[in-house]
Ligand binder design. Structure first.
Ligand code: PLP
Length: 294
């Protein structure tokens, strides 16, 4: 796909049972202005989103992404998305993707200030080139997220488990990682518990056991991590959600950042100390992640 594709969506109620949604979609010119200046997503980052990997026209884990969109909307008190409508929007967008890797974004915003409904849209575009990260790995630094591990429960208005449009903090963390000579960051709670990367989940390997931070501490439950755990379990490995202290990072046998677009990037250094790269598992994870997944 050379060009971008954009679809404005008139959201219908979550319990609307119609089976044809095409009259709720309007294709717009993706390079032309499409949003009102009163739009709260642009003014306040007040909305939720999903980024879905597309491989050869197949949208990966579409159901898991629609499910997480609904979960994020619930945490933000946004009207629940109609799952069938968003599934259909993904199909329409995926049909615009050329062979190779692409990305579909789903956006559900609170809408225009004082307006009657949320604003919703979907886009499709070519994916970035992640070959080097998948092959050579990434150097990460740990960064304090500034909240303790009880913050999300004590203060749900921080929206720590929602995929909101307010990613300025995540992007600032990436810039800080670059300033420290690394490629990416791993957030750590102020009480020393490992969380996630600004745009990816973390998976560690110890022997034949793969672990990831439990998504109870105000982190996103990654669709890629879920998919990888299914694959690893089918291959006979043990998988587990754990509370991982920051000291547990350096002693892992191997580790990966996983996300919908980058897929599995092995971590080759943490805070300047080298970590072994498991080339065999990395290659098999990325082969699996590039195969059609539902
Ligand atoms: N954690 C954060 C903060 C993210 O932004 C993302 C993806 O963008 C992930 C984890 C990984 O989620 P997924 O595997 O669904 O892409």
């Amino acid at each position: 796909m050379q060009r971008r594709f954009a679809l404005m969506i008139s959201p219908v109620a979550a319990d609307d049972e119609r089976d044809d949604f095409d009259d709720t979609f309007t294709t717009v010119d993706a390079s032309a202005p499409a949003l009102s200046v009163g739009e709260l997503s642009t003014q306040r980052g007040d909305g939720v989103f999903e980024s879905i990997g597309v491989v050869d026209g197949h949208a990966q884990e579409a159901e898991a992404h629609v499910h997480r969109l609904a979960h994020s909307a619930m945490l933000c008190d946004l009207p629940g998305p109609n799952a069938a409508q968003w599934r259909r929007a993904i199909e329409v967008a995926a049909a615009q993707c050329a062979p190779g890797e692409a990305v579909i974004k789903l956006i559900l915003s609170r809408g225009v200030e004082h307006g009657p409904t949320p604003t919703a849209w979907a886009t499709a575009a070519p994916a970035g080139d992640f070959a080097a990260a998948r092959r050579d790995g990434v150097r990460v630094v740990t960064l304090d997220r500034g909240y303790d591990s009880g913050a999300s429960e004590r203060a749900p208005w921080l929206l720590l488990g929602a995929k909101t449009l307010s990613y300025a903090v995540n992007m600032a963390a990436l810039r800080e990682a670059h300033r420290r000579g690394a490629d990416d960051a791993i957030f750590v709670s102020s009480d020393g518990i490992v969380l996630e990367a600004p745009t990816a989940s973390l998976i560690l390997r110890r022997g034949d056991t793969f672990t990831t931070p439990a998504p109870t501490g105000g982190i996103l439950h990654g669709t890629t991590q879920l998919s990888v755990f299914e694959y690893l379990a089918a291959e006979g490995f043990r998988t587990a959600y754990e509370t991982i202290p920051v000291a547990g990072l350096a002693t892992a046998d191997a580790a990966w950042l996983v996300s919908s677009l980058r897929l599995a990037a092995p971590i080759r250094a943490i805070d300047g100390a080298a970590l072994p790269v498991d080339g065999g598992i990395t290659a098999s994870l990325n082969r699996y992640l590039l195969s059609p997944r539902n």
